[in-house]
Design a protein around this ligand. Sequence first.
Ligand SMILES: [Zn+2]
Ligand SMILES: [Zn+2]
Length: 321
Amino acid sequence: MKPSFHVRQLNGPFEDPGLYIRLIREGRALMFDLGLTTSLNARDILKISDIFVSHAHMDHFMGFDNILRISLRREKPLRLYGPEGFIDRIQGKLNSYTWNLIEEYPLELHVIEVNGAYLKKAVFSASNSFRCVHYGSEPFNGMLLEESFYAISSVELDHRISCLAFSLEEDFHINIDKAGLAKKNLPVGPWLSELKKAVRENRTDSLITIDGEPYHYAELRDVAAISRGQKITYVVDAVGSTRNMEKIINLARGSDVLYIETYFLDEDKDRARDRYHLTAREAGIIAREAGVGRLEAMHFSPKYIMKSERLIQEAEGEFKN
Ligand SMILES: [Zn+2]
Ligand SMILES: [Zn+2]
C-alpha cells in the first residue's frame, strides 16, 4: 500500500520543532508546530492548508511570521489551530505590523482555539486589516478536523499551561479485488461505493443492488480488501504526570510513528518536573504502552548537546523493554 502521508521533521532535535506533512494524493500539506520554519521554501509554504500549534511558547510559534509573509497573497483561507488563548496570540502577532495597503489581498486566517470543552473560532482578513472577527464556538469532542480520508484529533496536556498533542489518522483503505469481481461475474459500477461505505460502517445487514438484483453484504464482502491507514502522533512539552501519560497513550495508541519530546534524561527527573517536560524514559514508556510502530525522539534540552545519543538510548531502551 502506497503511503498517503509523507512526514518531514524540519529541524534537528536541538532546534525548534516543526513537522511538515505532505498529503501526497492532494498536493497539499499540514504542519504540526511552527518552531523554526526557515527551511521551507515558498512552494512548500503555499501547500499548507492547516497548521496545528501545540502551544505559544516561542520555540513552537516563532515561525509564524515566515509563513504569514509568504501567504499574504494566498487565495484560499489558511486554518490555524491552537490551545487556550491562541486567538489572542495570533492577534498579538498580527498587531505587531502595520497593515495599510493590503485591502486587495485575499488572505483569510481561520483560527480555531481549543478552550476546554469548546472550540472558539475567529477570522482575520487582510481586507479588514486583520481585525479579529469572532464567529462563535462549538462543543469539542476531541476531533479538530475531519476530512474525506483522514482526521486529526487532539488532547490538552498539562505543561503548566495547556499544550495540545495531535494525532493524524488515515481512514481505512478499501481496495476492490478486480479478479474476485470477474470470478463472481459482477460488473464494476456504483454499487462498489455502496459496498465500501457498508464495510467502513460495518453494516453487515446491508442489501446492495447490482443491475436491479439485490445481494446480501455477505455475498460481496470478500471482493473488498481492507487495510488500516497510516497514523502519526505528535507530542511535545508535557509533564510526565499519570494523567498526561494516560492521555498521551490513548491518543497515540497503534500509531505507526510517535514523534515525542525527550527533553530530559531520567537522572534529571526533578528538573523535568519543574519545567513541565517529559523525560526520555517516560517517552519510551508511552511508546511501549501505546503499541506504536516507531518512536521518533525529538525536542532535546540544549544541556545534552554533547550526549544526545543518551536521550535516544534511554527512550529506545524503555520502548523495546
Ligand atoms: Zn513549552
Ligand atoms: Zn518546547
